[in-house]
Design a binder for this molecule. Sequence first.
Ligand SMILES: Nc1ncnc2c1ncn2[C@@H]1O[C@H](COP(=O)(O)OP(=O)(O)OP(=O)(O)O)[C@@H](O)[C@H]1O
Ligand SMILES: [Mg+2]
Length: 657
Amino acid sequence: MDLNDAVLTCAVNIHWTNAVGEVGRKLAYRTATLRLVRNDLREMFVEVTPEKLKPLKLKLKDMMVHKKFMSEGKATFNFKAEQCALYLSNAPPGTLMLFLRTIFVKMNGSEGEQQETPSALQKKIREHMLSGKPSSFEEISPVTTAEMILARKKAGLLSRGSTTTPSPAAAKKRRYDELKSTEDKSAVPAAKKLYQADTEDSLRLSEEQMEVLRACTAGKNVFFTGSAGTGKSFLLRKIISALPPDGTVATASTGVAACLIGGTTLHAFAGIGGGDATMARCLELSSRPMSARTWRNCKRLIIDEISMVDGQFFEKIEAVARQIRRNERPFGGIQLILCGDFLQLPPVIKSEVDAKQRFCFQSNVWESCIQCVFELKQVHRQSDPEFVKILNHLRIGHVNDGIAARLVSTSKQKIEGNGILATQLCSHTKDAASINESKLENLSGDKVLFRAEDSDAGMSKQLDQQVQAPSQLYLKLNAQVMLLKNINIANGLVNGARGVVVRLEQGLPIVRFKNNQEYACKHEKWIIKTATGGILTRRQVPLKLAWAFSIHKSQGLTLDCVEMSLSKVFEAGQAYVALSRAKSLNSVRILDFDAKQVWANPQVLQFYKGFRRRLIDTTMIPLGPKNRDKKPGEGKSNSALAKLKKSLMNKPLVSIS
Ligand SMILES: Nc1ncnc2c1ncn2[C@@H]1O[C@H](COP(=O)(O)OP(=O)(O)OP(=O)(O)O)[C@@H](O)[C@H]1O
Ligand SMILES: [Mg+2]
């Protein structure tokens, strides 16, 4: 992120203790800005500036940081010398993580930087005091790559000659939840979470993704779209971690998509059941105390896979939000962050009446709810330009002879390797389930059961719906499986990687993946939110049987090695969703490709045509809270406007490049 890694805004409590440890003076601020600064003696301070009040500086010396609850936006700093503790809460988790990382990296110095010897420092302090000049402070410079590498080495995460493996001795010394940071350069901060280079945290947003993030953190109501694999869900996870946790509700139209962003389903959050009841009944349902509290506490509502939310449901929850919150602004003043691709799977249609308002953008409230629209263009899931081009054509229902021939030619290709069979993508869910069951039965040997541990046994049903890891997983030797967590991105052990169970060790499966990497499974944890903001967890081995999946269940996923028969597809966009799960044309086999299996919904195509107009308007509103109510183009000269419009009109929208 290019947001400043040395600045953090959150709620702050400061407690000073006396010599016997009793709490004396206390200060509490709902919002304060923390800055990392250095004085002219190069000593580091954290400067706390409460809203409309003078700043206060605390020296970062002999300080302990407790970061166990960092992912919930909380941390504690204990300043021993100053006998003071700083309690941070409601911090955007991603920003807090970067802030803490900057502290630890900077406090361990950089190899290249000339360090002051103690006597030189003493001399400088004496000279400074004699000069009578007030201390001047400057903001800390951003962390450099060299400083980061050094910090990783010191934390034992980067032994010489290796890029990711920690040395066993360093790993032993590591303490995860409590970090000690002192001015003593020999003290090694143990900070795997802060420094690890092999997870999604280390991937940077592209410039177009940054633009969306800036609009979201500036409080705009945003809709962003883009073809499959442009990093919409990846960006949503970054947006969620850049927002204060209090009042931020992450949802998605499907359980799988909700789990990918650590949220809940929109239906569970909304509290109006399936939304089939009359408006009056929906209002009654959402006025129940629990549901009403959830709506009142919500400040920012995030919805992934918006293409699968039906228009009537969207309109109902908008009215519910206004009524419960007693606020007539769209969605009762809640900031909306919506994302999805309407050219992928549409909402499941329930009746004829629904057909007129099938999509959210057809609802009467869509226009008034959205202030800014963005289209992500850069595809990250696939790197092969030929495949990206083919997918762009399929997305808009366009198949020419060349494309058809290329896709037909995949029917003969061998995509299996290392004992790993291709996953069959089925158009109907029940076909997928029965294939997995019968294939497992047909393997010789005994079945081994892996039972999930849920934080609340009474909520297992909700966990089943949202978490991909099953509550009961039966495996056998040679079972075809898929990995359900990003374990090590650099080694290809990523969510969606395909493998086969090769043996069991100490009761846990060892899986060999397509790239020949072996992974000894450990229990992993999935965390989802309940509708009321509570947390549910499931611990399970991160595997799922993978002989077959349904296309609907695969929306949002990236898959290795897939085979599909598209003869039974029944929805616009279904063939596109199936194909766009694959990373390359070499890892896909279509058994019976026919151009007739590919079509786009004409209403969606029409919507995307009009979308360009909105895209232009959005680009002309400068971001920032001050501009929240500005009209497009306000404050820009006529010639600048004309130039901007021209450049935007030339930009392809639903692009076929
Ligand atoms: N800036 C980035 N740098 C590196 N990898 C990225 C970046 N953005 C996204 N990715 C990777 O691209 C892949 C696809 O991302 P993601 O699943 O978020 O796409 P999506 O737009 O949500 O796709 P879909 O429409 O199919 O749900 C993921 O493996 C993700 O980690
Ligand atoms: Mg997605």
